[in-house]
Ligand binder design. Structure first.
Ligand SMILES: NC(=O)c1ccc[n+]([C@@H]2O[C@H](COP(=O)([O-])OP(=O)(O)OC[C@H]3O[C@@H](n4cnc5c(N)ncnc54)[C@H](OP(=O)(O)O)[C@@H]3O)[C@@H](O)[C@H]2O)c1
Length: 321
């Protein structure tokens, strides 16, 4: 059995808890929240411990692994503390707020000999794994052009809890394309705020064109400015044009849940399943069966570096006419 504790009990922690419960070898043993009341409430539902501090969680000898689903700013300090206590870590994205921090997380986990996996959950989507197989086996010839999007409305008050659509959403698109096509050669980016009036420093639109070293060209679209509920929605889509065919994955085709969520994407089965899949992969395949993770902190460093480069250079080549 792998005893797992969860840190951070916001919206997305529910899916991680389900992931632990659905895994073969995982057992939920405790939860931590900055609000002890909340920790006690969730702990009582699952019959597990509620920790008063993150330190208490790390000092608990029963805990083998921690899933960090706290807010973005806590990922770095909590991962370092957990690694030093000898706990394996599955950390939500973005794993930290700078490339340097992600590098330190990677090195610290190596030093303390614990696994640290970033939540690159989109590559655990069955359709993305199928697409990877098509590319690896050259089933449709060379991939020529790809389009990937995460595009939905997030209200300003929700958006302010995160760090902009580029770091929050384009992060997923970049690691997914790196997983599919390998490293990139160059990029051109556009990052903007086109819909928010109160939090002007939160970007709600990012469009990036990338050229991969394998020759594939790609465009990514990441936005919090509009919802697309049409049948051919761009809410979460990956489309790849090959020499001999086209692969399209549109997550909104399986929109089924009607319960409230702060954004539409989180109502799709595909989205929810990515968490169950990555949590079981972390527990059952990596920690128990000693398989290599599909996503590593090195991938996270590269993804973050690319995002930083986009942010720094976006809009520089603006041509005013
Ligand atoms: N991989 C994905 O597809 C995906 C999707 C959504 C979110 N995420 C990531 O998952 C993490 C959690 O997001 P979420 O959607 O669950 O957001 P959320 O509902 O806003 O919860 C955010 C976290 O902030 C913490 N928090 C709230 N108020 C706090 C305060 N005053 N002081 C300290 N901590 C506070 C909560 O932890 P406490 O229990 O400690 O209060 C909670 O875990 C974020 O890093 C986000 O980027 C990833």
């Amino acid at each position: 059995m792998v005893n797992v504790a969860i840190s951070g009990l916001g919206e997305i922690s529910r899916l991680h808890i389900q992931g632990v419960l659905r895994s073969k070898h995982g057992k939920l043993v405790g939860v931590f929240s900055h609000s002890y009341e909340r920790a006690k409430e969730i702990a009582s539902i699952y019959g597990v411990k509620a920790y008063k501090s993150f330190e208490d969680l790390c000092n608990d000898k029963d805990v083998d692994a921690v899933i960090i689903t706290s807010r973005d700013e806590d990922h770095f300090p909590q991962t370092i503390q957990a690694a030093k206590a000898g706990k394996h870590v599955l950390v939500e994205k973005p794993p930290a707020l700078t490339v340097e921090e992600v590098e330190i997380m990677n090195k610290t986990c190596e030093k303390y000999n614990v696994v640290c996996m970033p939540v690159h959950n989109y590559i655990y989507t069955p359709q993305i794994l199928h697409l990877k197989e098509i590319i690896t086996n050259n089933e449709l010839g060379r991939p020529i052009f790809a389009f990937a999007s995460i595009f939905h409305k997030i209200d300003e008050e929700v958006a302010k809890r995160y760090h902009g659509t580029l770091i929050t959403q384009a992060y997923h698109l970049i690691y997914t394309l790196l997983f599919l096509f390998g490293d990139i050669e160059y990029l051109v980016g556009y990052v903007d705020n086109v819909s928010y009036s109160k939090y002007k420093n939160v970007d709600d639109l990012a469009i990036v064109i990338l050229k991969f070293k394998n020759g594939t060209a790609a465009q990514i679209l990441s936005g919090w400015c509009c919802d697309d509920l049409t049948p051919t929605s761009w809410t979460w889509m990956v489309k790849v044009f090959f020499e001999k065919g086209v692969f399209t994955f549109n997550s909104m085709e399986s929109l089924t849940y009607q319960q409230p969520a702060s954004y539409y994407q989180s109502r799709t089965i595909d989205f929810q399943k990515t968490f169950y899949n990555i949590v079981s992969y972390f527990i059952d395949e990596v920690l128990v069966n000693k398989k290599q993770p599909l996503s590593t902190m090195k991938d996270a460093v590269r993804t973050f570096y690319i995002l930083n480069t986009i942010k720094k250079n976006a809009n520089l080549g603006k041509i005013i006419i």
